[in-house]
Design a protein around this ligand. Structure first.
Ligand code: ATP
Length: 363
């Protein structure tokens, strides 16, 4: 049972920079937990504090129920893989993976069998005799993972392990990492700045900004019900539409949102309408993802399509709806009949209707 708990943890670097603020997190045994945020938000600092490579300024770190603030790294039962997966250049793949076993005096027949088993799981069984210089970047990262996992750590820490690989390999290895750590049942903390990587890989994800925890939950929870505007924006590609709206509660119509000179009604049956009642008379920021804007005859806000972008599986329409500019996605079957021409919005032939927004044909 390897649980990681951070309780009100702060990190202030010697130069006074406050890198992590009052961070409280609980990662239960066997969870694949992703730390996500933009560069400099403190992800690596958190990982390094868990690893014992960075001192905790205040707060507590508990590993499997044991206070671990001052526990030496080698007594933490953890292993770590970094971005570049640095290997010992003069040792072949087998020698790299077996290195931690040799250091621990644990290099016996049983552990040799484990090397073969693990290298098979990592897809590098054929490379055991080769030197790191003869491997591809993806293979080197697999060897680094093998070396980290060979002693069956209770906690596996990964700091942007895929960031030096090309896009195709990243997707492939991401799937394999997920399958491998889940099959091993090892508690994993995984750092990335890539929201797709986080959403596809994580059991749960924490979103950080300037050392502060903004949100934590399953990928679906943080995507569908973000706790903060930052989370909503950070998890969205294309960027989420953030629209200022005046709130009015109406006995008949439900909550009415005034967007520029247009109105969007949410009937009382919509749970968000009830939540908006207390905001009557004030302004709110409405977040609408482009993928929530779908062709639909019930659209109530109209606008003009300014540009269309072809995204392979769908079109992205940039729509001017009165005072606001919003993005909407259209399925391929709703694509305009004529070829798009940059700067020629008038080519949009069909009426794009979307929930909450109707994009009208431009003149
Ligand atoms: P990246 O994805 O770019 O690695 P990160 O989210 O992992 O970013 P950290 O490396 O944890 O961020 O750094 C968090 C902040 O702390 C950054 O502003 C960084 O400049 C600062 N920082 C890191 N190490 C030190 C240090 N030794 N002394 C002072 N400030 C530091």
């Amino acid at each position: 049972m390897t649980e990681v708990v951070l309780d009100a943890v702060n990190k202030v670097y010697p130069d006074g920079f406050h890198a992590v603020r009052d961070l409280t997190l609980r990662v239960p045994d066997g969870e694949l937990f992703v730390l996500l945020g933009p560069s400099g938000c403190g992800k690596s600092t958190i990982l390094r504090m868990v690893a014992g490579l960075e001192e905790i300024t205040s707060g507590s770190l508990w590993l499997s129920g044991k206070l671990a603030n001052h526990l030496p790294p080698r007594e933490r039962n953890l292993a770590m893989v970094f971005q570049n997966g640095a290997l010992y250049p003069h040792r072949n793949v087998r020698g790299n993976i077996s290195f931690p076993l040799e250091v621990a005096g644990d290099n016996n027949a049983e552990s040799q069998a484990r090397i073969v088993e693990l290298s098979r799981a990592l897809g590098i069984e054929e490379t055991l005799h080769r030197l790191p210089s003869t491997l591809s970047g993806g293979q080197r990262q697999r060897v680094a993972m093998g070396r980290a996992l060979i002693r069956q750590p209770g906690i596996f820490l990964m700091d942007e392990p895929l960031s030096n690989l090309d896009a195709g390999l990243r997707t492939e290895l991401r799937l394999e990492i997920g399958a491998l750590v889940r099959s091993l049942g090892v508690t994993t903390l995984y750092v990335t700045h890539d929201q797709t990587e986080a959403l596809t890989l994580a059991d749960r994800v924490a979103i950080l900004r300037r050392g502060v925890l903004e949100d934590v939950g399953t990928p679906q929870q943080v995507y569908d019900d973000p706790a903060t505007m930052f989370t909503a924006a950070f998890l969205s590609a294309p960027p989420i539409n953030l629209v200022r709206a005046a709130v009015r509660a109406d006995q008949n119509d439900g909550a009415v949102l005034g967007i520029g000179d247009q109105q969007l009604s949410l009937p009382w049956s919509d749970s968000r309408a009830a939540a908006l009642v207390s905001q009557h008379g004030s302004f709110v920021t409405l977040g609408i993802r482009a993928d929530a804007m779908r062709p639909d005859s019930d659209g109530v806000i109209s606008g003009r399509v300014r540009t269309l972008e072809f995204h392979g599986h769908e079109w992205l329409a940039h729509v001017e709806a009165g005072v606001v500019l919003v993005d909407a996605e259209a399925f391929r079957e709703d694509q305009p009949q004529q070829t798009r021409e940059a700067g020629r919005p008038g080519l949009m032939r069909r009426l794009l209707r979307t929930t909450g927004l109707v994009a009208e044909e431009a003149p």
